[in-house]
Design a protein around this ligand. Structure first.
Ligand SMILES: *Cc1c(COP(=O)(O)O)cnc(C)c1O
Length: 398
């Protein structure tokens, strides 16, 4: 085993509590565990979140839904006590059997999908496209037709949802327009005489950066006697997108008097990605390190070799040259103080060198933190010019 992850169930539950407090008592949180729980392990996280009482788990597809259902069954949770499982990202005819077998609730938005489910008696959630143009039926005639198809196919309309495309943008006009379209949608559903149990919209950023009219969703759900719900993923795992000032100033993050919103100041990273020192070596001045010799020792140095590289999800953008610092890892010497060890030279496929000069008492086999406290997925993301989501999903431990 060259690297491993440690998942803190305590922090996962703590982050969920922070989200629940932020959304308020009348709104529920759907816990998104798609993409193997953002790289954290879908079985472990689903069971922990189910035990913490979430009413819904959100997966990408039927095969993830099957994994979650088996994990919940194996954990001894009675079916009646288990959260419902929403398959959020579409399905094909060959998935219908698994949807029925594992009692998954698919998100639907086309008549074709409704046709595939005909006779299954499945509950469904209808997604409405209010501006994402990825999945979802258009409000208006298309929606009304789809609702008729659902009724004719004897499926249960259990929920109606939409997804915001700019939830992390402060005072977003796009979000506001999407909110208006969703309001019109819910009115259409009501006018059709349908009473879904759930109305859901929004993600972690919607909790971190609530729309101007914050109780909007709860008010909207009330108009059809439904329960409001926000679908949260990244914040459960301890991260949040920076709040942005709008499309034209996209790189500027919003200063909210210290840039820490109430939510994000309480979130803690759930994943620690760790490895061990594989070997240690001394370098004399002028010796170069790694492919293309991008780094030369400016003075005598001590390096540790780590058995991880970009094949394991350690981004190559973490590499360094003498002119440009890169990423770092955290390790603990004899004095039990956690210290940064900068990456030197290029991250290669399976190996990475770090500078441990001056850290006393290190040995081959000592533990190293690649991601976690002291080196977050946001740090990796900044260097790799991406988002924490992609960093977390890419971690391949084992
Ligand atoms: C992934 C996803 C979410 C969760 O988004 P986060 O930003 O991780 O909170 C919510 N809704 C849908 C439809 C998603 O696909």
């Amino acid at each position: 085993m060259t690297s491993w992850i440690e998942v803190s169930e305590q922090r996962l539950a703590g982050n969920l509590r922070a989200l629940m407090e932020s959304v308020g008592a009348e709104t529920e949180v759907l816990a998104v565990v798609k993409a193997n729980a953002y790289g954290h392990g879908i079985e472990l996280c689903s069971v922990a979140l189910a035990r913490a009482g979430v009413p819904w788990l959100g997966v990408a597809d039927a095969s993830e839904g099957a994994r979650v259902r088996r994990a919940l069954d194996a954990a001894g949770l009675a079916r009646i006590d288990q959260p419902a499982i929403l398959a959020m990202c579409g399905f094909l005819p060959e998935d219908v059997e698994a949807i029925a077998e594992h009692a998954l609730t698919p998100v639907v938005w086309t008549a074709e999908q409704v046709g595939w489910l005909q006779g299954s008696g499945s509950a469904v959630h209808v997604e409405v496209d209010t501006g994402m143009a990825r999945q979802g039926v258009h409000p208006g005639a298309e929606l009304v037709d789809l609702l008729s198809e659902i009724q004719a196919a004897n499926l249960l309309l259990d929920g109606v949802l939409t997804h915001f495309c700019a939830a992390e943008v402060a005072h977003s006009k796009l979000t506001q327009a999407q909110q208006w379209r969703f309001e019109a949608t819910v009115a259409q559903v009501r006018d059709k005489g349908l009473a879904p149990r759930w109305i859901h919209a929004g993600s972690s950023s919607s909790v971190d950066n609530p729309p101007q009219d914050a109780p909007w969703l709860a008010k909207l759900a009330k108009t059809v006697g439904a329960r409001p719900m926000v679908r949260c993923g990244i914040a459960l795992y301890g991260y949040c997108l920076p709040i942005e000032q709008g499309r034209n100033r996209a790189s500027q993050t919003l200063d909210r008097g210290g840039a820490q919103t109430a939510l994000r100041s309480t979130l803690r990273p759930v994943m620690a990605w760790k490895t061990r020192i594989l070997s240690l070596r001394e370098l004399s001045t002028g010796e170069t390190v790694g492919y293309n010799a991008t780094f030369a020792a400016p003075r005598p140095m001590r390096l540790a070799m780590l058995p991880v590289g970009y094949a394991d999800g350690l981004r190559r953008e973490m590499s360094s040259t003498n002119a440009r610092p890169g990423g770092w890892v955290m390790l603990r010497g004899r004095d039990a103080v956690d210290r940064r060890a900068p990456i030197v030279g290029r991250v290669s496929m399976n190996l990475t060198m770090v500078d441990v000069t001056g850290i006393d008492g290190l040995h081959v086999g000592d533990e190293v933190v690649l991601l976690g406290d002291g080196i977050t997925a946001d740090d990796h993301a900044r260097l790799a010019e991406t988002i924490s989501y992609e960093v977390l999903c890419a971690v391949r431990a084992g």
